[in-house]
Write a protein that binds this ligand. Structure first.
Ligand SMILES: [Zn+2]
Length: 446
């Protein structure tokens, strides 16, 4: 097919594409404990049906131990052509407080070229991107195609990694597309080439056999909460940069947003400054970040006059792709142990680690997607990073070091993923679908 024919096919398919996306968004496929399982399975069934409708000859659900099924489809490669793996997920975040939504979260609502609803962007837009891009070829795919649509990405989503590690041949491909990210702005094409990894732990400080009266003992008895606070605040310097020895700062080669743009997207209040030094991209994508994400301390309501005997904190470390999550965990816990005041008892537990990702220097798939995006968006993509982690990407990169991994999608920075009023811009979705279809054709030609 010529590029013009591909563009025309995607364009002509858009009404059906949007209708199918709405059908998916209408299903509350929340794969979290406490949410009904039936809608998740219903979304799996619809995903299976949509992949069949895309002309893939082999489509099936794959049971995933300890999780919801993945939906898998494949079509063999024409002689001499490479194979592309396409990934997305059909489960969604819970809607949260429905009162914060302007439209009901699971009633897809279309206004002015925008579709609102939970999962409209993350990541049912990814599912539909693959379906619609494949449909453009009407079953005559220029490359070998493997599609895997995960069913439990948003909650404890390690099951697919375990499955892939037990059967890597299923997903082996020359290029792998992860359609679960997006452009900073509508119409501004990017490839995400860097992902931070993460490490997390719980720290507990103990000082007394039990809490004691702050009038009788305050000023002398060591307060576990005070000790913990001193330890936690010591991880950053005055400017807000991480100052734990061993956690070196890096620089990001692509281009990030300005401080003003970040203030706006993060909703930073007037008069409150950003933290850290260096460019926003360096801080977000190439350096460590440490966040205290939870504290076990007495709550304000019902607080009594006591010196605390025990205090706990949950600490999350974002690890740049240049670093190693396990090493970062050792560096931070070692630092906290070393600086703990007054000989308090310190212990650590509930460890978690995930590896980051940095795309390779480029290759035929990267060149093909550059050309495809340049045509679909009118300009070549630039590189961005993402501060969050996608553990699956690290697994794929480790299992298939020769594969080129490409991350793009229709989840722009204002898509409100994981938040109320999630939305996808339908023109952006069309450009991403067009780019993917053009990529498959360009890549086949080498
Ligand atoms: Zn997602």
């Amino acid at each position: 097919m010529t590029p013009e024919e591909i563009e025309a096919a995607v364009h002509a398919g858009m009404p059906q594409t949007v209708e199918d996306l709405e059908r998916l968004v209408a299903i509350p496929s929340v794969a979290f404990p406490g949410h009904p399982e039936a809608p998740v399975l219903e979304a799996a069934a619809l995903t299976e049906q949509l992949l069949r409708s895309a002309g893939l000859p082999h489509v099936r659900q794959i049971p995933i131990e300890g999780g919801f099924p993945a939906v898998y489809g494949e079509a063999p490669a024409p002689p001499g052509a490479p194979t592309v793996l396409l990934y997305a997920h059909y489960d969604v975040q819970p809607a949260g407080d429905p009162g914060l939504w302007k439209t009901p979260p699971f009633e897809p609502t279309r206004t002015d070229g925008v579709l609102y609803g939970r999962g409209a962007a993350d990541d049912k837009s990814g599912v539909i991107t693959h379906v619609a891009a494949l449909r453009a070829f009407q079953g005559r795919f220029p490359v070998g195609v493997k599609v895997i649509i995960e069913g439990q990405e948003e909650y404890a989503g390690e099951q697919l990694e375990h499955f892939i590690e037990s059967d890597p041949e299923l997903v082996r491909a020359d290029a792998m597309v992860i359609a679960d990210v997006g452009n900073p702005y509508i119409g501004d094409p990017t490839l995400t080439t860097s992902l931070r990894g993460m490490a997390a732990f719980t720290v507990e400080v103990r000082t007394l056999a039990e809490a004691v009266h702050s009038g009788s003992f305050g000023g002398v008895a060591p307060d576990a909460l005070a000790a913990l606070m001193r330890m936690l605040t010591a991880m950053h310097d005055e400017a807000g940069d991480v100052c734990v020895p061993g956690l070196a700062r890096g620089t990001f080669s692509g281009q990030g947003c300005s401080e003003e743009e970040l203030r706006a997207t993060a909703g930073v209040l007037d008069g409150v400054s950003l933290v850290g030094t260096g460019t926003v991209a360096d801080r977000l994508w190439a350096s460590y970040a440490i966040t205290v994400t939870g504290l076990d301390v007495p709550s304000v309501q019902g607080a009594i006059n006591a010196v605390q005997a025990v205090a706990r904190a949950r600490v999350t470390i974002r690890v740049p792709p240049s670093g190693d999550a396990k090493t970062a965990l050792d560096d931070v816990t070692g630092f906290l142990r070393k600086i703990a005041p007054w000989g308090v008892q310190v212990s650590f537990g509930d460890f978690a680690t995930g590896t980051g990702f940095r795309a390779g220097a480029g290759g035929p798939a990267r060149e093909a997607v550059d050309r495809a995006m340049a045509r679909a968006f009118g300009q070549a993509p630039r590189e961005v990073g993402q501060g969050g982690s996608i553990p699956l990407v690290a697994s794929l990169a480790r299992l298939f070091p020769e594969a080129e991994i490409l991350l793009y999608g229709a989840e722009d920075d204002h898509a409100s993923i994981h938040a109320p009023n999630e939305r996808v811009v339908l023109d952006e979705l069309r450009r991403i679908i067009t780019a993917e279809a053009l990529f498959l054709s360009e890549y086949a030609q080498g």
